[in-house]
Design a protein. Structure first.
Length: 461
């Protein structure tokens, strides 16, 4: 009989396509391959047979040593295996995690999804949900959310082009890059480099969902929601000094945006390609962004102090925004606040960035006081500061007490979890020292916060 069954012939595929049983140059170059991507359903039927047949028929085979070393597998001794690694991808199921079948009538047409939400949004959905060991419960609501993400990218690009055309019309990425010591510039550079490191590590480990979600959080949160909002004041500044600051902001904005497009390209290739071409006015240094160097982390630009200081400012702005929402203050209404800083360093930080806090939190003035204001509603208390909104509106004491009780419950639960970890001798012995120290410091902050909340509750009695 001259015909092999499907699975038997498939098991021979890795080497029969390279000239076996003859010894060929193709075998020296391409065997073994680096990676096999497959589903768990055919591990026995196909993958196991390829491994067995390869180890048997290609026993003693030697890959070209130069290529082997360049591929990163130079230390491996056995070249008879058909591949070095196997990535088992998830199966796409319906929203109820049922396997799709025409009988059940739950088949999702990918062309229909692409038509409705876009190719990039569909692709990003699959990448963001591709956690190892878990099938993808395809959700149209998630895909719609990633379509909104694509819109966010377009809007950020329009904002950048509008301001660059106004401030520096001939600017291109990398031209006249000017180092800046301003907090928001140092912070965003540090955040980008840290995210770049995390994304590269996730991709190297085939954890595509982590890579996609880290890029999403950075671009939507750090870059769009914070950095762009922080530099808007500089972009509209007047005078010679203001114009220079606007120019620096434009350069940083364009360089960061271009690098972010390269970071995002593997999971959203179409929108990134189009915007990347537009950045270079259809005359890029390379034919495609796919050919440009993928960002690699520069750990020298990590700045933990800048990230910590920005986190304090963000915490303050978010708390003031939350207080405004609870008091139903009109968006256009500017309100004064009182601030009690726990240290002189934080007081100076707020003073140096007062304009940003005022603009992003809708604040008229910031009065730094010498005594805690946590007991005077409406206010918020953190481990680093107390902030109180000065607004003449009757406070619902019952609602405020309910909110404080919920906040107290959350803080006590987090504190208890931390104590449970610290009392576990095995955890303390095996965990990195910085992790244990971070849990201890957080426990101390929570103890202060719990005491402040309890005191505030007593004042509302």
């Amino acid at each position: 009989m001259d015909v092999l069954d499907t699975w038997f012939s498939s098991g021979l595929l890795p080497f029969t396509t390279l000239g076996w049983p003859e010894k060929t140059r193709d075998q020296e170059v391409f065997y073994p391959t680096t990676l096999l991507i497959t589903a768990y359903e055919i591990l026995f039927f196909w993958v196991a047979r390829m491994i067995m047949f390869g180890c048997h028929f290609m026993q003693g085979h030697r890959q070209d040593p130069v290529l082997k070393q360049a591929s990163g597998w130079g230390e491996k001794k056995d070249d008879g295996v058909p591949f070095r690694q196997v990535y088992i991808h998830a199966l796409v199921r319906d929203a109820d995690r049922q396997k799709m079948s025409k009988t059940k009538g739950n088949v999702i047409d990918p062309l229909d999804i692409i038509q409705r939400f876009g190719t990039d949004a569909t692709r990003f959905t699959l990448a963001a949900m591709a956690a190892p060991g878990t099938d993808i419960a395809f959700s149209e609501s998630r895909t719609d959310g990633y379509r909104a993400f694509a819109n966010k990218i377009w809007n950020a690009a329009r904002f950048m082009f509008m301001n660059v055309d106004r401030v520096e019309p001939d600017l291109r990425p990398g031209q006249g890059a000017t180092p800046s010591d301003l907090l928001e510039d140092v912070w965003i550079r540090s955040r980008f480099q840290r995210v770049t490191k995390e994304v590269n590590e996730a991709l190297a480990a085939y954890r595509f969902h982590e890579a996609a979600n880290r890029i999403y959080d950075f671009f939507w949160g750090d870059f769009c929601d914070w950095y762009i909002e922080l530099i808007k004041g500089r972009l509209n500044a007047e005078g010679s000094a203001g114009k220079e600051s606007a120019s620096v902001a434009c350069r940083n904005l364009m360089n960061l945006f271009e690098a972010s497009l390269r970071l995002l390209h593997p999971v959203m290739p179409f929108i990134t390609e189009e915007i990347w071409q537009a950045i270079y006015d259809a005359n890029p240094p390379l034919k495609s962004v796919a050919l440009a160097a993928y960002p690699q982390a520069d750990e020298k630009q990590f700045d933990l102090k800048a990230e910590t200081n920005m986190a304090i400012l963000q915490d303050l702005i978010v708390n003031v925004r939350n207080l405004r929402a609870e008091l139903t203050v009109e968006p256009k209404t500017k309100i004064p606040i009182q601030l009690f800083a726990q240290s002189a360093e934080i007081r100076v930080l707020i003073e140096q960035n007062e304009d940003a806090v005022k603009r992003l939190a809708g604040v008229e003035s910031i009065a730094q006081v010498e005594q805690a204001v946590a007991t005077q509603p409406p206010s918020r208390s953190t481990a680093r500061f107390d902030v109180r909104v000065v607004y003449e509106k009757k406070i619902d004491v019952a609602a405020e007490r309910e909110r404080l009780h919920k906040e107290l419950e959350r803080a006590e639960k987090e504190w208890a979890n931390g104590q449970r970890q610290l009392s576990n001798e095995q955890f303390v012995a095996k965990a990195p020292a910085d992790v244990v120290e971070r849990i201890r410091k957080r426990a101390q902050e929570l103890e202060m916060l719990i005491a402040q909340i309890k005191k505030k509750l007593e004042e509302l009695e």
